[in-house]
Design a protein around this ligand. Structure first.
Ligand code: IMP
Length: 447
């Protein structure tokens, strides 16, 4: 059986966690392939809200095995904390049983967090993600396979601390790395996780050969991709489909389904151009922020809000070739008089259909909108009722026609069918297209 990918089609925070949570019961594996705990996936089911930064969202399906793939940067202390929280909630200790860490994944150390704290430009999450990838690219970083090999090599560890301290000094960070402490931290990582560290690429390849289903979980979004996003206001990994298999240690031919997750509007956290941005203080931008609870899962920062940017959505389709779109948080737009979709930009009097490669140019782009009628606000129960009707055979046809028209327009512009629509945070608050990949039985909670 093939692999499926779930990817962010915007600037992250699109609601990937919920889609993965729904698909996971039909997958034998859920794999993170890039990023680290800069991601924040929220899953709401059965009155429990889970906020996960490292653990794959597929953890909610008890038969789904989990991999932190070789393309990731993993902070062992955050992983330890999340595993403790998971054990408190469920009693399960998945590490080494059904959770495996790639030998090739990079280790985030306190140095990386300290170095990231010097960022003044990008507005990073401060979790050490960029510095850990930088060390990997410079080929001086530590991967999980290296941790065990470093045990007792105090000279090498001392050299590592010296290099780290030189770098901290260059960016004006006063804290310093103590080589003895670094040695004991590495020892702790080794003792805590050695039962879970595996050659996960071959494991997944074998699983695919046995006919098992692999779900590849993206983090961030296409517009935050290091190569294709709004550079330099991007994350430090490749967030797109091309990296989904590479960051898992398998080949791209395995991918059969690729789902792009987009909000019915747009949000962005951190700095960088955002052509459809609205005011957070009033009007639709405020509604998106307040009703959509638009605060970063990782840092708690208020997310910037704006209308749906179909130029960005189409760029992400060009990069990822979605087989289906999941439109999330549609309920948040209820009660607005009109809805806008940005279909092109205007730059220096010219129509622009693609995101300019320069963020400076993108920040000068003016959005060109088409306007659609709004739809009335509905309460949580009304939405859940429509969702139930959709699962009883109504599909997307269960939605009022004004809402369907908005979705149809998104399909026309992107050329991708909408396969699921999110109308509330709960696992059950989703409307799937009949017979589509999300037309699956959803249980109240599996944990
Ligand atoms: P970094 O990934 O911490 O280096 O941050 C780089 C940029 O990506 C910043 O603008 C962050 O706000 C943004 N970013 C990183 N992870 C996420 C995410 O999961 N959702 C939304 N934005 C993110």
């Amino acid at each position: 059986m093939p692999a499926s990918v779930v990817l962010g089609a915007q600037w992250g925070d699109e609601g990937k966690g919920k889609a993965i949570d729904q698909l996971a019961p039909n997958s034998q594996w859920a794999v993170r392939f890039q990023g680290g705990n800069n991601a924040g996936h929220t899953i709401v089911a059965g009155g429990t809200t889970l906020k996960m930064h490292l653990l794959p969202s597929g953890i909610t399906a008890s038969d789904c095995k989990l991999v932190l793939g070789c393309g990731m940067v993993v902070d062992p202390w955050v992983l330890d904390r999340e595993l403790k929280e998971w054990a408190e909630l469920t009693g399960e200790h998945p590490e080494g049983e059904r959770l495996f860490i790639s030998e090739r994944a990079a280790v985030i150390l306190p140095f990386h967090r300290l170095y990231d704290s010097a960022d003044k430009v990008v507005g990073t999450t401060g979790r050490g993600i960029g510095p850990a990838y930088r060390d990997r690219t410079e080929r001086v970083g530590i991967r999980f396979v290296d941790v065990g090999l470093l045990m007792g090599r105090s000279q090498e560890i001392g050299e590592m601390a010296r290099r780290m301290n030189e770098q901290l000094a260059t960016v004006g960070v006063e804290d310093r790395i103590d080589p003895v402490q670094l040695g004991s931290e590495l020892k702790w990582i080794h003792e805590r996780f050695s039962n879970a560290i595996r050659a996960t690429g071959p494991m997944l390849d074998d699983a695919l050969a046995r006919g098992e289903q692999v779900l590849l979980e993206g983090a961030q979004g296409a517009m935050l991709d290091i190569d294709q996003g709004t550079y330099p206001f991007v994350t430090s990994s490749i967030t797109c489909r091309a990296n989904a298999t590479h960051g898992a240690g398998i080949h791209p031919g395995h991918i059969e389904q690729c789902y792009g997750i987009t909000k019915a509007y747009t949000t962005r956290v951190g700095n960088g151009p955002f052509p459809t941005e609205l005011s957070l203080e009033e009007g639709p931008g405020k509604q998106m922020s307040v009703v959509g609870h638009e605060f970063g899962t990782t840092t708690g920062r208020p997310r910037r809000t704006g209308w749906l940017d179909a130029v960005a959505l189409n760029e992400s389709q060009r990069l990822n070739g979605y087989t289906g779109l999941v439109v999330t948080k549609l309920d948040v737009l209820g009660g607005l008089d009109e809805l806008k979709i940005c279909t092109s930009y205007e730059l220096d009097g010219q129509e622009v259909k693609h995101l300019p490669s320069s963020s400076e140019e993108l920040s000068r782009c003016k959005p060109v909108y088409e306007t659609h009628p709004g739809f009335p606000a509905m309460g949580e129960e009304e939405w859940i009722q429509i969702a139930e009707e959709s699962r009883n055979g109504g599909g997307i046809g269960s939605l009022p026609s004004s809402i369907r028209a908005y979705l149809t327009r998104i399909e026309e512009i992107s050329g991708v069918p909408v396969v699921s629509v999110g109308v509330g945070p709960d696992r059950l608050a989703s409307i799937a297209s009949s017979g589509g990949p999300f037309d699956i039985e959803l249980s109240e909670a599996t944990f």
